[in-house]
Design a protein. Structure first.
Length: 567
């Protein structure tokens, strides 16, 4: 008889032993065509299921085959903890019965109200357990077991699936708290004493632990005012920050950042250490991370932030400290004087000296003059010398102080002020005397120097040696319009068309040729005495002789120019 109602075709062969048409014994044999499965392959379950804690619709499905000559009678799910053994588990958590509602066994009561069970029929090939609310306790190992009967109701051997595991994952959360501990602080020696830094009530002391906890209602860290910074450190303090929080499952990693105001890039640290421990009953892990850094002046207004690395882009999923204040001793003093001159005189209205010191807390100032019993001139950063007299010349000293703890740090600088009488003050480019000198005296001097230079050049170019002449009369006195001149002391400027005629018995043409060799230009001797002639002549540079014809005549009483000694 052929039965093809099942996907696996089968033949039923019946053998009968008869005598006189009476059946003495019957034997039925099934011949099955199709895949013949082993027990392990006949029942299976979903492998490596991962679900997020508190997530919905995490399903565990058992699949099986249902042959023609057998029928499924029951499907059961077994569960065990990771440390248990399935051989010791003999009671299921869920029971599926064909054509009846599935039910939770007493061992599976912890699933009540948060799972859904599919209904099993005689033709079903799977049974599903669906978790609507996945909890940490659901992270177990599972097996599926199927029970069969043959066609006559006899129980067949059970078939069991390989084990599988449901892994429950958990996301990390905002860190719970950040603690701050100063593990080392510099010791400063001053005036023979040695001490550690002592902070005010808002600051941290060496060995103290300050804790910043996550608010139960806030999801974003509140930014605190920087007008009074809550965390006060000293420059080069060694500080350990500790961050504690749920880092999820599988466990994540806590990350540290130093953030700055005004858009300065953050610094991410990679030298942190993290301890991990499982959180009982939460299917998650707790991380404890420590960051040890030195504090510097550049860290003023900075903050330290801690978060789990998977939450880096989630707003508010971090915990951070308030902004830092960093105390450092005064380390630089500058003095500016206004007006900025090397010397001053009494015409200066006043001299302003401005002192600037660099330190935190804000430094204080003391002005005094060297050699004046160190009496205080001012307790402000600015000191004004209002009475600009010579007696106020001297070395002015600015001392800058700031206090950190019980230690007073001090640094000073000085400036020397010279005040002189007005007539002792070098000419300044801005002075009235200098303006007069620049606008009047200097042009006059330049003009005189130009004239002297010009005369010297002309003298060099045109003054030639006197040519010897046979007649000594050329070197004697000659007359110009009745005036007698001695050529050794006085010269006349002649133009090119001027002719000096000398009648000494020589030929006029020769005289004309000779006159071209006469000295044309020489300096007039100052303060020349007047001659005895009718027209007085003075050797004054401003006097100029008009160019005209000149005739040299022998003066009365002289027979020749040789008699010039008698004049």
């Amino acid at each position: 008889m052929l039965n093809n109602s099942h996907p696996n075709f089968q033949y039923l062969v019946e053998l009968k032993l008869q005598k006189n048409n009476v059946v003495l014994q019957s034997l039925k044999i099934h011949i099955l065509y199709g895949p013949i499965s082993s027990l392990a392959a006949k029942v299976s379950v979903d492998q490596n299921i991962t679900g997020l804690i508190l997530n919905t619709n995490t399903s565990l499905t058992c699949s099986f085959t249902n042959n023609v000559d057998e029928q499924i009678t029951k499907v059961e799910f077994f569960a065990k903890n990771k440390t248990d053994d399935f051989e010791d588990i003999n009671k299921p958590i869920v029971i599926f019965t064909p054509d009846k509602p599935a039910k939770l066994h007493s061992t599976g009561k912890y699933l009540n109200g948060r799972v859904t069970l599919t209904k099993l029929t005689s033709t079903s090939t799977y049974a599903t357990l669906t978790f609507h609310v996945l909890k940490c306790e659901d992270e177990k190992d599972y097996k599926c077991k199927c029970y069969y009967d043959d066609w006559e109701g006899a129980a067949l051997p059970t078939e069991t699936s390989p084990p599988t595991r449901i892994s429950v994952q958990a996301t990390s959360s905002k860190p719970e708290r950040v603690s701050i501990t100063i593990v080392a602080s510099p010791t400063t020696e001053m005036q023979g004493f040695s001490t550690s830094i002592d902070y005010n009530s808002l600051s941290t002391k060496k060995g103290d632990i300050l804790t910043i906890s996550t608010s139960p209602i806030d999801t974003v860290t509140t930014t605190q005012s920087t007008s009074k910074l809550p965390f006060v450190f000293r420059e080069e303090d060694t500080v350990m920050f500790s961050c504690i929080g749920d880092i999820g499952n599988p466990p994540g990693k806590l990350v540290w950042q130093k953030t700055f105001p005004q858009g300065k890039p953050s610094i991410t640290y990679s030298n942190e250490t993290t301890d991990i421990e499982e959180i009982p009953g939460k299917c998650s892990f707790k991380g404890i991370s420590h960051l040890t850094v030195k504090i510097y002046v550049e860290d003023i207004h900075a903050k330290i932030r801690c978060f789990e690395e998977s939450q880096v882009n989630v707003p508010g999923m971090y915990l951070e400290t308030g902004p830092f204040d960093v105390h450092f001793q005064v380390n630089h003093v500058d003095i500016i004087k206004q007006p900025n001159q090397q010397q001053y005189d009494q015409r200066t209205d006043n001299i302003t000296l401005t002192c600037k010191g660099n330190g935190n807390p804000q430094p204080t100032y003391v002005w005094f003059e060297n050699g004046k019993d160190n009496s205080t001139l001012s307790n402000k950063s600015v000191y004004i010398i209002e009475n600009v007299i010579r007696n106020n010349s001297g070395v002015y000293i600015c001392e800058v102080n700031n206090i950190i703890g019980d230690i007073n740090y001090r640094k000073s600088n000085s400036v020397e002020i010279y005040i002189v009488h007005e007539d002792e003050l070098p000419l300044s480019p801005d002075s009235a005397v200098w303006n007069i000198f620049k606008e009047i005296v200097i042009p006059v001097i330049c003009a005189v120097l130009s004239i002297v230079t010009l005369v010297a050049v002309m003298k060099y170019c045109y003054n030639r040696p006197k040519r010897k002449v046979n007649d000594e009369s050329y070197s004697r006195k000659f007359s110009f319009d009745g005036i007698t001149f001695n050529p050794e002391y006085t010269s006349i400027i002649l133009t090119n068309n001027t002719t000096a005629g000398v009648n000494n018995g020589m030929d006029n043409n020769k005289s004309k040729n000779k006159q071209e060799d006469l000295i044309k230009t020489v300096d007039l001797i100052p303060n020349l005495q007047t001659t005895s002639f009718s027209t007085p002549v003075y050797a004054v540079p401003s006097d100029a002789l008009k160019a005209q014809n000149a005739t040299c005549k022998i003066p009365p009483g002289m027979t020749s120019f040789k008699d010039q000694e008698n004049i």
